[in-house]
Design a protein around this ligand. Structure first.
Ligand SMILES: Nc1nc2c(ncn2[C@@H]2O[C@H](COP(=O)(O)OP(=O)(O)OP(=O)(O)O)[C@@H](O)[C@H]2O)c(=O)[nH]1
Length: 396
């Protein structure tokens, strides 16, 4: 099922290949200077590729619909289709394939750059989320790209997360595939990743143990709470990293203590009513422990924005631009095919099958004609050669 066209965030000018900064978000201009709003609560859905983020987002929307009327955002520029109706869809703003083509990038570079470009529209994005809150959307659910590191370790992921957290209550849901975590070492690496995201985002964190229709998640919860049980599981595995895993599990003890986990099946919808309760706990946690920190951050930003230095004043300190190894050009300003703002109706359509066939036929005809004239020329040349030979023989 494909989503209905979302709202396009692009409207402003193109900024090179995207050079966003959190300071670009002018809080005063966004009518967000009064303080962190109560709603919508932003729920950022993260997880390893294939863990079930998109399916989870769809289920969460369904379960939260009546109570929280979620506003939905898709930030994965590379997905072909999403199984829910997104209010904002990055694919309506940035043409990921065109980004790859124009900047000569591979798939991951394309996603990062597309996200960077989207982030240059962060003020507009924040404004849309604010207005959604005023229209009665109590939650804003944000689905992120398949490649988790693209979001968690990129400047733009950081700007989006931090930007939202300084304007709205924000929490992170980490979707974990329980089926893939049955091996203690894989479980441990997944947990280390979750832990690193927690430290990086500094936001309330909920682990959704997904796919419990395929595998019960009690073993994961047991490994988190009972060190001996995890050691026993580890003993059964012959791996050279066992010692490291053992040490890590001890280190993560404190992390587990404060972690909220919930078993769900994004496919069947099992566990979602409990998950909603946990999400509300996370919101309370944000209000209690995190809001003061982010409130302080926003005050600092407001103060910084009030005293914006004149860039011209520091012109002498500016360095000299060094050309990059790659030929990174600004996107061609071409109305036919720009990387920015490709609302579905504006995207140059692929030729349909009939048109392609006609084009192929026309090409075929031309090739035929060329070939015929080549043969004709060849034969004429041969004939004139033979005539010349005959003339010479007659003269002799
Ligand atoms: N059995 C079962 N399958 C699931 C569940 N959740 C997701 N899946 C399947 O897992 C696969 C990946 O799901 P997606 O929702 O696309 O996962 P994703 O994390 O968004 O994937 P990427 O964005 O491509 O990384 C799909 O085949 C889903 O049908 C679940 O709860 N149970």
């Amino acid at each position: 099922m494909s989503a209905k066209p979302g709202t396009s965030v692009a409207a402003a000018t193109v900024v090179g290949n995207g050079n966003p900064s959190i300071n670009d978000i002018n809080l005063e201009a966004l009518s967000l200077s009064e303080g962190i709003r109560e709603s919508p609560v932003c729920i950022i859905v993260l997880g390893m590729a294939g863990s079930g983020k998109t399916t989870f987002t769809r289920s969460l929307i369904q379960h939260a619909q009546s109570q929280f009327n979620p506003y939905v955002v898709n930030l994965d520029p590379a997905c072909r289709e999403v199984p829910y109706a997104a209010h904002i869809d990055i694919r309506d703003t940035v043409n990921y394939k065109e980004v790859m083509k124009q900047y000569q990038l591979g798939p991951n570079g394309g996603i990062v750059t597309a996200l960077n470009m989207f982030t240059t529209k962060m003020p507009k994005f924040a404004e849309l989320v604010r207005r959604a809150g005023e229209r009665g959307h109590k939650w804003c659910i944000i689905d992120t790209p398949g490649q988790i590191e693209v979001f968690t370790w990129s400047a733009s992921g950081n700007i989006i997360t931090e930007g939202l957290a300084t304007m709205f209550p924000t929490i992170v849901v980490y979707v974990m595939d329980v089926v893939r975590s049955t091996c203690p070492t894989t479980f441990m690496s997944n947990m280390l990743y979750a832990c690193s995201i927690l430290y990086k985002t500094r936001l309330p964190f909920l682990v959704a143990l997904n796919k419990i229709d395929l595998k019960e998640c009690s073993f994961v919860q047991e490994w988190m709470t009972d060190f001996e049980a995890f050691q026993d599981a580890l003993e059964k595995e012959q791996s050279y990293v066992n010692n490291l895993t053992r040490t890590m599990s001890l280190t993560l003890d404190t992390f587990y203590e404060n972690l909220i986990t919930c078993g769900v099946s994004a496919k069947s919808g099992v566990g979602f009513s409990t998950l909603l309760t946990h999400l509300l706990e996370c919101v309370a946690e944000y209000e209690r422990d995190y809001k003061p920190v982010y409130e302080k951050m926003r005050q600092q930003r407001l103060a910084e924005q009030a005293t914006v230095p004149d860039p011209a004043a520091h012109i002498e300190e500016a360095g000299v631009a060094v050309p990059l190894g790659l030929d990174l050009r600004d996107p061609v300003s071409n109305t036919d095919n720009s990387v920015f703002l490709m609302a579905p109706s504006l995207v140059p359509q692929q030729l349909d099958a009939a048109e392609q066939e006609m084009e192929t036929d026309a090409k075929g005809d031309l090739e035929d004609q060329n070939f015929q004239s080549f043969v004709q020329n060849h034969m004429t040349a041969q004939q004139s050669k033979r005539d010349k030979q005959q003339q010479q023989e007659q003269q002799n």
